[in-house]
Design a protein around this ligand. Structure first.
Ligand SMILES: Cc1cc2nc3c(=O)[nH]c(=O)nc-3n(C[C@H](O)[C@H](O)[C@H](O)COP(=O)(O)OP(=O)(O)OC[C@H]3O[C@@H](n4cnc5c(N)ncnc54)[C@H](O)[C@@H]3O)c2cc1C
Length: 289
């Protein structure tokens, strides 16, 4: 096996597109090294992206935030302004493994590993995150919900690499939240994860919402029908009942040792109510500032 640590995105994409079908990106290694140790994969070439400075930056821009694919969970947790601006995204990031895992793990790795239960993914989708992808044909931007296509599978083409994420400036009076439900309280895989972002108008009526579900389908889902139950309401009890029903209706989960299909469908509705209440309270606090 060959190991390369290029210092530019272009050099990384050239290596990845260089005709080696088993070339893989190495970010924090918390998924890929485990998979290699278990002999689940045997890449011929590992392209380490941690020496690419563009991928190590967290940038506050006039129109939002951009953070690179090699930024670790802990680096985001240490960025006070990012955490204040995107509490819902950070709810997801803070749930990835333990502090030690987050010291290595990246959000891009969480997205590109394409586990349907990945914790940062519904949170990013709810926040409307856009990923910049680079490849042999240049760069393109895609919403995070269009990256995962199934367990372990992404829409990235041969030679493509995720470079960074962009989060457009948060609307005034908006709030986001993510929670997951696990059989154990820590270091476990979600049986359901829910991310919700919502925005309130001056009259307290919800003007914009995004709802994303994890671990209840082959990939994380953006559920527009669930968002529609909140928009135009004050996120009252009736709206929360409708949200819970829409979230449950969108699930197409598997049965496994962590939970049955019926259980996951029920929990998705319960969790969606809870997450919407947190997002609402954060949006109200943002309005009072
Ligand atoms: C003990 C333990 C507990 C964990 N708990 C959780 C948990 O609770 N929740 C959770 O969601 N995850 C959990 N994980 C999984 C893991 O830590 C995350 O998925 C992590 O975010 C992966 O990031 P990484 O940088 O380590 O990725 P890597 O392992 O380096 O890469 C993961 C995959 O993504 C690809 N990849 C990485 N970066 C890019 C890129 N920029 N462009 C294209 N492809 C790329 C790699 O080729 C590889 O296929 C846990 C892992 C461990 C070991």
């Amino acid at each position: 096996m060959r190991y390369e640590a290029p210092t530019s995105v272009e050099a990384a994409t050239e290596l990845l597109a260089g005709g080696k079908p088993e070339a893989r990106v190495l970010a924090g290694g918390t998924d890929i090294l485990v998979q290699m140790h278990m002999d689940a994969i045997a890449p011929e070439l590992l392209v380490d992206i941690k020496n690419i400075s563009e991928m190590r930056q967290i940038e506050s821009l006039d129109d939002g935030y951009r953070f690179g694919a090699a930024v670790t969970g802990v680096e985001l947790m240490d960025h006070a302004n990012f955490c204040r601006t995107w509490p819902g995204v950070m709810d997801g990031v803070k749930l990835i493994g333990s502090l030690q895992v987050r010291g290595r793990a990246t959000v891009a790795g969480n997205v590109c590993n394409a586990s349907p239960a990945a914790d940062s993914v519904p949170a990013l989708i709810a926040a409307g995150a856009i990923a910049t992808i680079a490849g042999p044909n240049g760069r393109r931007d895609i919403p995070v919900e269009d990256i995962g296509t199934g367990p372990g599978k992404t829409s990235l083409e041969n030679g493509e690499i995720l470079v960074s994420f962009f989060l457009a400036k948060a609307r005034p009076s908006s709030g986001g939240a993510y929670q997951r439900f696990t059989p154990r309280t820590e270091m476990d895989i979600a049986i359901v994860g829910v991310g919700i972002d919502l925005t309130l108008g001056d009259d307290g009526v919800c003007t914009h919402a995004r709802v994303a579900l994890g671990a209840v389908a082959e990939k994380a889902l953006l559920v527009e029908e669930a968002a529609a139950t909140l928009i135009g309401t004050k996120v009252d009890e009736q709206a929360l009942d409708n949200l819970a029903a829409a979230a449950s209706a969108a699930c197409r989960p598997i049965d496994d040792k962590r939970g049955t299909k019926e259980y996951r469908i029920e929990v998705a509705g319960v969790l969606a109510r809870r997450v919407a209440a947190i997002a609402l309270s954060r949006a109200k606090s943002a309005r009072e500032k």
